[in-house]
Design a protein around this ligand. Structure first.
Ligand SMILES: [Zn+2]
Length: 293
Protein backbone atom coordinates (compact mmCIF):
# COMPACT_ATOMS: atom_id res chain seq x y z
CA UNK A 1 0.00 0.00 0.00
CA UNK A 2 2.70 2.50 -0.93
CA UNK A 3 0.24 5.28 -1.84
CA UNK A 4 -1.30 5.06 1.63
CA UNK A 5 2.12 5.20 3.29
CA UNK A 6 2.98 8.32 1.34
CA UNK A 7 -0.26 9.83 2.60
CA UNK A 8 0.81 8.92 6.13
CA UNK A 9 4.08 10.76 5.70
CA UNK A 10 2.07 13.82 4.83
CA UNK A 11 -0.15 13.31 7.89
CA UNK A 12 -3.47 11.45 7.89
CA UNK A 13 -6.35 13.25 9.55
CA UNK A 14 -8.42 11.29 12.08
CA UNK A 15 -11.87 10.89 10.54
CA UNK A 16 -13.40 10.80 14.03
CA UNK A 17 -12.01 13.87 15.79
CA UNK A 18 -9.78 15.63 13.26
CA UNK A 19 -6.56 14.94 15.16
CA UNK A 20 -3.33 13.81 13.52
CA UNK A 21 -3.10 10.08 12.89
CA UNK A 22 0.38 8.86 11.94
CA UNK A 23 1.11 5.37 10.59
CA UNK A 24 1.82 2.99 13.49
CA UNK A 25 2.26 -0.54 12.08
CA UNK A 26 0.96 -3.09 9.59
CA UNK A 27 -1.79 -5.50 10.62
CA UNK A 28 -2.35 -8.47 8.32
CA UNK A 29 -0.69 -6.50 5.57
CA UNK A 30 -2.78 -3.36 6.03
CA UNK A 31 -1.22 -0.09 7.24
CA UNK A 32 -2.76 1.05 10.54
CA UNK A 33 -3.01 4.69 11.59
CA UNK A 34 -3.61 5.94 15.13
CA UNK A 35 -5.00 9.28 16.19
CA UNK A 36 -2.85 10.92 18.84
CA UNK A 37 -5.90 12.59 20.34
CA UNK A 38 -8.65 9.93 20.56
CA UNK A 39 -6.56 6.75 19.99
CA UNK A 40 -8.87 5.72 17.14
CA UNK A 41 -6.79 3.15 15.22
CA UNK A 42 -7.78 2.34 11.67
CA UNK A 43 -6.77 1.24 8.22
CA UNK A 44 -7.99 2.29 4.82
CA UNK A 45 -11.20 0.32 4.18
CA UNK A 46 -10.85 -2.61 1.81
CA UNK A 47 -12.53 -2.55 -1.56
CA UNK A 48 -13.86 -6.06 -1.18
CA UNK A 49 -17.57 -6.64 -1.15
CA UNK A 50 -19.13 -6.89 2.33
CA UNK A 51 -20.71 -10.23 1.51
CA UNK A 52 -17.24 -11.55 0.58
CA UNK A 53 -15.65 -10.45 3.85
CA UNK A 54 -18.59 -11.77 5.89
CA UNK A 55 -19.02 -15.01 4.03
CA UNK A 56 -19.99 -18.15 5.94
CA UNK A 57 -16.34 -18.77 6.88
CA UNK A 58 -16.35 -15.60 8.97
CA UNK A 59 -19.01 -17.07 11.22
CA UNK A 60 -17.53 -20.54 11.40
CA UNK A 61 -13.89 -21.37 11.87
CA UNK A 62 -12.32 -18.26 10.36
CA UNK A 63 -8.73 -17.56 11.42
CA UNK A 64 -9.45 -13.83 11.41
CA UNK A 65 -8.86 -12.55 14.96
CA UNK A 66 -12.23 -10.82 14.94
CA UNK A 67 -14.18 -13.73 13.44
CA UNK A 68 -16.19 -16.39 15.24
CA UNK A 69 -15.08 -20.00 15.74
CA UNK A 70 -18.74 -21.13 15.70
CA UNK A 71 -21.23 -18.29 15.86
CA UNK A 72 -24.36 -20.43 16.00
CA UNK A 73 -23.03 -22.33 19.02
CA UNK A 74 -22.92 -19.07 20.94
CA UNK A 75 -26.64 -18.47 20.46
CA UNK A 76 -27.70 -18.79 24.09
CA UNK A 77 -24.91 -16.53 25.33
CA UNK A 78 -25.63 -13.94 22.66
CA UNK A 79 -29.34 -14.01 23.45
CA UNK A 80 -28.53 -13.30 27.12
CA UNK A 81 -26.24 -10.50 26.03
CA UNK A 82 -29.06 -9.00 23.95
CA UNK A 83 -31.43 -9.27 26.92
CA UNK A 84 -28.86 -7.52 29.15
CA UNK A 85 -28.66 -4.66 26.66
CA UNK A 86 -32.45 -4.58 26.46
CA UNK A 87 -32.63 -4.18 30.23
CA UNK A 88 -29.96 -1.50 30.04
CA UNK A 89 -32.12 0.43 27.54
CA UNK A 90 -35.13 -0.05 29.80
CA UNK A 91 -33.35 1.96 32.50
CA UNK A 92 -33.42 4.99 30.19
CA UNK A 93 -36.54 4.62 28.05
CA UNK A 94 -39.65 2.51 27.60
CA UNK A 95 -39.38 -0.41 25.15
CA UNK A 96 -40.29 0.41 21.56
CA UNK A 97 -38.92 -0.43 18.12
CA UNK A 98 -35.27 -1.35 17.69
CA UNK A 99 -33.11 -1.79 14.59
CA UNK A 100 -30.21 -4.18 15.16
CA UNK A 101 -27.40 -3.53 12.67
CA UNK A 102 -25.19 -6.53 11.94
CA UNK A 103 -27.82 -8.83 13.41
CA UNK A 104 -26.10 -12.05 12.19
CA UNK A 105 -28.30 -15.03 13.12
CA UNK A 106 -30.62 -12.88 15.23
CA UNK A 107 -29.61 -13.93 18.75
CA UNK A 108 -28.99 -10.42 20.07
CA UNK A 109 -32.31 -9.28 18.56
CA UNK A 110 -33.99 -12.24 20.23
CA UNK A 111 -32.58 -10.98 23.55
CA UNK A 112 -34.00 -7.53 22.91
CA UNK A 113 -37.39 -9.14 22.31
CA UNK A 114 -37.01 -11.04 25.60
CA UNK A 115 -36.67 -7.71 27.40
CA UNK A 116 -39.80 -6.16 25.93
CA UNK A 117 -38.60 -4.66 22.65
CA UNK A 118 -39.79 -5.40 19.13
CA UNK A 119 -37.70 -4.87 16.07
CA UNK A 120 -35.87 -5.63 12.89
CA UNK A 121 -32.35 -6.68 12.04
CA UNK A 122 -30.09 -6.13 9.04
CA UNK A 123 -27.31 -8.55 8.13
CA UNK A 124 -25.04 -8.77 5.08
CA UNK A 125 -24.50 -12.53 5.40
CA UNK A 126 -27.40 -14.32 3.70
CA UNK A 127 -27.04 -17.60 5.62
CA UNK A 128 -27.07 -15.84 8.98
CA UNK A 129 -30.08 -13.69 8.09
CA UNK A 130 -31.90 -16.78 6.80
CA UNK A 131 -31.22 -18.55 10.10
CA UNK A 132 -32.79 -15.63 11.96
CA UNK A 133 -35.86 -15.67 9.72
CA UNK A 134 -36.38 -19.38 9.29
CA UNK A 135 -35.21 -20.83 12.60
CA UNK A 136 -36.03 -17.99 14.98
CA UNK A 137 -38.94 -16.36 13.14
CA UNK A 138 -37.33 -12.91 13.30
CA UNK A 139 -37.53 -10.01 10.85
CA UNK A 140 -33.88 -9.91 9.77
CA UNK A 141 -33.26 -8.53 6.27
CA UNK A 142 -30.31 -9.46 4.09
CA UNK A 143 -28.20 -6.53 2.96
CA UNK A 144 -26.21 -3.52 4.09
CA UNK A 145 -27.77 -0.83 6.27
CA UNK A 146 -26.91 1.82 3.68
CA UNK A 147 -28.77 0.10 0.83
CA UNK A 148 -31.89 -1.38 2.47
CA UNK A 149 -35.16 0.53 2.28
CA UNK A 150 -37.33 1.01 5.35
CA UNK A 151 -40.78 2.49 5.74
CA UNK A 152 -40.44 3.17 9.46
CA UNK A 153 -38.21 5.02 11.93
CA UNK A 154 -36.82 3.32 15.01
CA UNK A 155 -36.56 4.35 18.66
CA UNK A 156 -33.17 2.66 18.99
CA UNK A 157 -30.48 1.62 16.55
CA UNK A 158 -28.18 -1.01 18.00
CA UNK A 159 -24.61 -1.60 16.83
CA UNK A 160 -23.33 -4.57 18.84
CA UNK A 161 -19.82 -5.51 17.67
CA UNK A 162 -20.32 -3.86 14.29
CA UNK A 163 -18.70 -0.40 14.33
CA UNK A 164 -15.22 -1.92 13.93
CA UNK A 165 -16.39 -3.35 10.63
CA UNK A 166 -17.90 -0.27 9.01
CA UNK A 167 -16.47 0.25 5.55
CA UNK A 168 -17.62 3.88 5.59
CA UNK A 169 -18.60 4.88 9.14
CA UNK A 170 -20.02 8.25 8.16
CA UNK A 171 -22.26 6.71 5.49
CA UNK A 172 -23.45 4.01 7.89
CA UNK A 173 -24.14 6.48 10.70
CA UNK A 174 -25.80 8.90 8.28
CA UNK A 175 -28.18 6.17 7.19
CA UNK A 176 -28.80 5.17 10.82
CA UNK A 177 -29.60 8.82 11.62
CA UNK A 178 -32.24 8.86 8.87
CA UNK A 179 -33.80 5.79 10.46
CA UNK A 180 -33.85 7.10 14.05
CA UNK A 181 -36.76 9.04 15.53
CA UNK A 182 -36.16 12.45 17.13
CA UNK A 183 -35.10 11.83 20.73
CA UNK A 184 -34.06 8.30 19.73
CA UNK A 185 -31.08 6.31 20.94
CA UNK A 186 -27.96 4.61 19.60
CA UNK A 187 -26.35 1.76 21.51
CA UNK A 188 -22.86 0.56 20.60
CA UNK A 189 -20.65 -2.23 21.80
CA UNK A 190 -17.19 -2.33 20.31
CA UNK A 191 -13.51 -2.92 21.10
CA UNK A 192 -11.80 -0.20 23.07
CA UNK A 193 -8.46 0.96 21.72
CA UNK A 194 -7.94 2.93 24.95
CA UNK A 195 -8.23 -0.18 27.13
CA UNK A 196 -5.31 -1.54 29.11
CA UNK A 197 -5.49 -4.78 27.12
CA UNK A 198 -5.21 -2.93 23.80
CA UNK A 199 -2.23 -0.98 25.10
CA UNK A 200 -0.59 -4.10 26.54
CA UNK A 201 -0.96 -6.20 23.38
CA UNK A 202 0.01 -3.38 21.05
CA UNK A 203 0.08 -4.42 17.42
CA UNK A 204 -0.78 -8.01 18.47
CA UNK A 205 -4.18 -7.02 19.86
CA UNK A 206 -6.79 -9.29 18.24
CA UNK A 207 -9.04 -6.40 17.25
CA UNK A 208 -6.58 -5.22 14.59
CA UNK A 209 -7.87 -7.68 11.99
CA UNK A 210 -8.34 -6.22 8.52
CA UNK A 211 -10.09 -6.67 6.22
CA UNK A 212 -13.03 -7.38 8.58
CA UNK A 213 -12.13 -5.28 11.64
CA UNK A 214 -10.74 -2.16 9.99
CA UNK A 215 -11.17 0.32 12.85
CA UNK A 216 -10.67 0.13 16.62
CA UNK A 217 -12.66 2.84 18.34
CA UNK A 218 -12.47 4.36 21.79
CA UNK A 219 -15.18 6.16 23.77
CA UNK A 220 -13.61 9.47 22.74
CA UNK A 221 -13.53 8.48 19.05
CA UNK A 222 -17.11 7.24 19.12
CA UNK A 223 -18.29 10.47 20.78
CA UNK A 224 -16.64 12.39 17.95
CA UNK A 225 -18.15 10.15 15.25
CA UNK A 226 -21.75 10.52 16.44
CA UNK A 227 -21.68 14.19 17.44
CA UNK A 228 -22.25 15.54 13.88
CA UNK A 229 -25.48 13.52 13.75
CA UNK A 230 -26.79 15.22 16.89
CA UNK A 231 -26.12 12.33 19.30
CA UNK A 232 -24.83 13.06 22.80
CA UNK A 233 -23.29 10.53 25.22
CA UNK A 234 -25.59 9.35 27.99
CA UNK A 235 -23.73 6.41 29.53
CA UNK A 236 -20.74 4.13 29.01
CA UNK A 237 -19.62 0.87 30.50
CA UNK A 238 -18.03 -2.47 29.93
CA UNK A 239 -20.23 -5.44 29.05
CA UNK A 240 -19.39 -7.14 32.32
CA UNK A 241 -19.29 -4.31 34.80
CA UNK A 242 -20.01 -0.62 34.62
CA UNK A 243 -17.61 1.61 36.42
CA UNK A 244 -16.88 5.28 36.08
CA UNK A 245 -14.81 7.58 38.25
CA UNK A 246 -17.85 8.70 40.23
CA UNK A 247 -18.67 5.10 41.00
CA UNK A 248 -15.06 4.47 42.02
CA UNK A 249 -15.05 7.52 44.28
CA UNK A 250 -18.28 6.36 45.89
CA UNK A 251 -16.76 2.93 46.53
CA UNK A 252 -13.66 4.52 48.03
CA UNK A 253 -15.78 6.80 50.21
CA UNK A 254 -17.17 3.75 51.99
CA UNK A 255 -13.69 2.62 53.08
CA UNK A 256 -12.18 3.40 56.47
CA UNK A 257 -11.83 7.10 57.09
CA UNK A 258 -8.61 6.63 59.00
CA UNK A 259 -6.80 4.14 56.78
CA UNK A 260 -3.79 5.85 55.21
CA UNK A 261 -4.15 3.72 52.09
CA UNK A 262 -7.84 4.59 51.66
CA UNK A 263 -7.06 8.27 52.19
CA UNK A 264 -4.32 8.14 49.58
CA UNK A 265 -6.62 6.35 47.10
CA UNK A 266 -9.37 8.90 47.68
CA UNK A 267 -6.93 11.75 47.16
CA UNK A 268 -5.77 10.24 43.87
CA UNK A 269 -9.33 9.49 42.71
CA UNK A 270 -10.29 13.07 43.48
CA UNK A 271 -8.04 14.14 40.63
CA UNK A 272 -10.04 12.09 38.10
CA UNK A 273 -13.14 13.74 36.53
CA UNK A 274 -16.42 11.97 37.31
CA UNK A 275 -17.17 11.12 33.69
CA UNK A 276 -13.83 9.37 33.13
CA UNK A 277 -14.32 5.72 32.19
CA UNK A 278 -12.24 3.30 34.22
CA UNK A 279 -12.01 -0.04 32.42
CA UNK A 280 -11.09 -3.07 34.44
CA UNK A 281 -7.75 -4.59 33.46
CA UNK A 282 -8.02 -7.06 30.54
CA UNK A 283 -11.45 -5.80 29.51
CA UNK A 284 -11.07 -4.49 25.98
CA UNK A 285 -14.70 -3.92 25.05
CA UNK A 286 -17.00 -1.04 25.94
CA UNK A 287 -20.60 -0.09 25.35
CA UNK A 288 -21.85 3.44 24.85
CA UNK A 289 -25.38 4.83 24.81
CA UNK A 290 -26.17 8.04 22.92
CA UNK A 291 -29.34 10.06 22.60
CA UNK A 292 -30.36 12.34 19.80
CA UNK A 293 -31.00 15.90 20.92
ZN1 LIG B 1 -9.13 11.20 16.68
Amino acid sequence: MPSVLRAADAGVVCEACGGEAPYVFDARGYPMFRCGRCRYTFTVPPREDLATIYDDGYFSGGDDGSAYPDYLAEGALLRKRGARYGRLLNRYTTPGRILDVGAAAGFILQGYLDSGWSGTGVEVNGSMAAHARERLGLDVRTGALESLGFTERFDVVSFIQVAAHFIDPKAALGRAAELTVPGGWWLFETWNSESLAARAFGRNWHAYSPPSAVRALSPHALDAFVAPFGFKPIAYGTPRKVIDARHAKFALSTLSRTSLLARAARALAGLVPDRTRIPYPAVDVFWALYRRR
